[in-house]
Write a protein that binds this ligand. Sequence first.
Ligand code: XMP
Length: 505
Amino acid sequence: MEKIIILDFGSQTTQLIGRRLRELNTYCEIVPYNRFPENDASVIGVILSGSPFSVNDSEAFKPDLSGIRGKYPVLGICYGAQYLAYCAGGKVEKGDSREYGRAMLSPVDTHDALMRNIPDHSQVWMSHGDTIMEVPHSLTIVAHTKDVQCAAYRIEGEKTWGVQFHPEVFHTLIGMTVLDNFLSVCGARKEWTPENFIRSTVRQLKETLGNDRVILALSGGVDSSVSAVLLNKAIGKNLTCIFVDNGLLRKNEFEKVLEDYKHLGLNVMGVDAKAYFYQALAGVKEPERKRKIIGKGFIDVFDREAQQLQNIQWLAQGTIYPDIIESLSITGTTIKSHHNVGGLPETMQLKLVEPLRLLFKDEVRQVGRALGMAEHLIRRHPFPGPGLGVRILGDITPEKVHILQEADAIFINGLHRWNLYDEVWQAGVILLPVQSVGVMGDERTYENAVALRAVTSADAMTADWAHLPSDFLAEISNEIINKVRGVNRVVYDISSKPPSTIEWE
Ligand code: XMP
């Protein structure tokens, strides 16, 4: 399958370059800047990303590009463009013409292949302290902005371009056109579609797995669910899925999700391990210990169930591409493997199969849709592995879980009712270890406080509190206090990440 290689120089937007190319139906791989796959005949072009460094920094990444330039079409972005100019003898310096944020781009050579269909005065997004101050002879300027003479250039005699703006970011309005123009130069056939992915993945899974048996831990989340459906398509009944009720799931989640999975034709074992988890967690208050107990409990239950199945050779995981990229160190020296499930016992000695390891989250959703999965399964908010266990501050009891499940269900149902569910990245309720005085009817109460948490985010790395309508919050607060026994106060969390986190523990 043809691919574009993105050499990662450490920019925060490198992953975004990858996502944009995939949106243009072109497969790409992100590799550390010094890990170009030399003998890969499927490479059709190379993109150099931005970087937190200046080319003049002693620690800047400066790989030898002689095996790449002239052989493949190359596009340098921001640092990538400056590095190519620097290698060609140009001068890159901090100048008066630093640019951050919006700038207006004017092509000077409308016949240039990269500038095709770019109107005069197009909005682009800049983020560079340095700029190309002296343009070497081999570079032809193809676009400028008011402040930067060399905003985009090509190198004569090769199919190499540099752009000092970021075509991958949303605010560069002509960014997709620039990337698409580059793909045309590369001769990309644009065959990367969910349907093609499904066809080729199912074929590969069949080849790799043959008649072997596979187990997969379902979480109810989109990644493990899509993995299961893909595997089911490839090997059918040779896939056994295990879905554990740790007593820390949302209200009726276990039953609902099991029902969904059965509709999808999956071979699922639902394991009720509530009592086991409640016992192991009794009296434990410290967040990290709770997390460890829940993690270990999951492995114990999974292991016990798996031992009862005969002849299992493979463990399937819903690892996705960002997990893989994050486990590749940019220096290229330490490559740690990613453990999605959190380390299963060595004694199981299973081989690992990860059918989604090449996909971004939005692609996983598209594949899910193409596989005919229900929209509510695909759009489900992320939910932490330790579940409500990290949303009950302090020790966990079945009674507290019940209170939280009721309050959480009111919040989530309300988000659906008000059509707000898809506008937030994730939402939930936290049971606080706080009691406060209230009055209900003629009676004084002394009961629990809960916090509502809803955030907007693109990747959970940063998040803002969701600015939900106050009428909505009023309705939810009323409903929780009126219906959930044990709660007499509701607060709304207005912290962003950073400095807070999405979960409270
Ligand atoms: P934080 O709280 O770190 O959460 O801002 C970021 C995202 O990760 C989820 N999360 C977890 N997921 N196991 C998981 O599988 C965990 O221990 C865990 N802790 C946090 C959280 O819900 C959010 O989506």
